[in-house]
Design a protein around this ligand. Structure first.
Ligand code: ZN
Length: 262
């Protein structure tokens, strides 16, 4: 499921391929992913414009078209972007295709169709309406501390709550807590200031390094939890078998030896 690092990589990919080219057509192959906009309206409003810039917030990507119109993308469970020229290069599950004047296309691919595409006029207003928290790479330590002071529950649940901190999903929440050596079910009220700061630093470091690795599983260091996550996986630190538990409705993977429950 695309999380902050994946969406940041999609942003960079889109910036490198799809800006400043006139859009000559929008081909909607599955209107299911469209939110608050019809296929016809999406095509009508984008045709003749260019994408000018993009902005990421948490797991959301916003692409500005000239005339101050924003395309809103959310990648759901399996969404991604693919830029290509020839039809045979098209990915398998194209839901929406943006066709440019140079005959190249940008596909929004999404096998499971949990992704979303919409049009909005104002990004700040949209973020406010959705009550999204600050971006996980934009938040500072005092804001991070305030969130942990004001909210209760398991530490992992706090990290996953997009209304508090935007961008961290199931996989990276586990990685951050593995890095900070905190058991995911630890109650926030039991955490010392020092430990909250440790989680903050782990979050920044994990997200930044994942972006540097292009969110590519093959480039993620073997010392991370991620490559070992899953049944039979061993802790890269102590070699013991990893454990799993359902926390906040999601499966958490952790090392019961390295990550102490406070
Ligand atoms: Zn361990």
């Amino acid at each position: 499921m695309p999380e902050l690092p994946d969406v940041e990589i999609f942003k960079r990919y889109l910036d490198a391929t799809s800006l400043h080219q006139r859009i000559i057509g929008v081909d909607v192959r599955s209107a299911y992913v469209l939110k608050s906009v019809s296929a016809r309206e999406l095509a009508r409003r984008l045709k003749g414009r260019c994408f000018k810039s993009s902005r990421r917030h948490g797991k959301h990507l916003f692409v500005r078209a000239d005339g101050d119109l924003w395309l809103r993308l959310h990648f759901g469970m399996t969404g991604s972007l693919q830029y290509f020229k020839r039809e045979e290069q098209a990915p398998k599950y194209v839901r929406v295709l943006f066709v440019f004047a140079n005959n190249h296309r940008l596909a929004f691919e999404d096998q499971r169709k949990f992704g979303e595409i919409g049009l909005i006029e104002d990004v700040s207003e949209y973020l406010k309406k959705r009550a999204l928290g600050r971006d996980a790479l934009d938040i500072d330590l005092s804001q991070f501390r305030a969130i942990f002071r004001k909210h209760g529950g398991a530490v992992k649940t706090i990290l996953l709550n997009q209304k508090l901190i935007a961008g961290i999903g199931n996989i990276y929440a586990d990685e951050i807590l593995f890095r900070a050596r905190i058991h995911p079910a630890t109650q926030v009220s039991a955490l010392k200031q020092k430990t909250v700061a440790k989680i903050f630093r782990a979050a920044r470091d994990v997200l930044k390094k994942a972006i540097e690795a292009k969110a590519d599983m093959d480039r993620i260091p073997k010392s991370w939890l991620l490559p070992h996550r899953g049944k039979g996986g061993k802790c890269p630190r102590c070699g013991r078998e990893l454990k799993s538990a359902t926390i906040g409705g999601r499966t958490a993977w952790f090392c019961a030896h390295c990550q102490k429950r406070i």
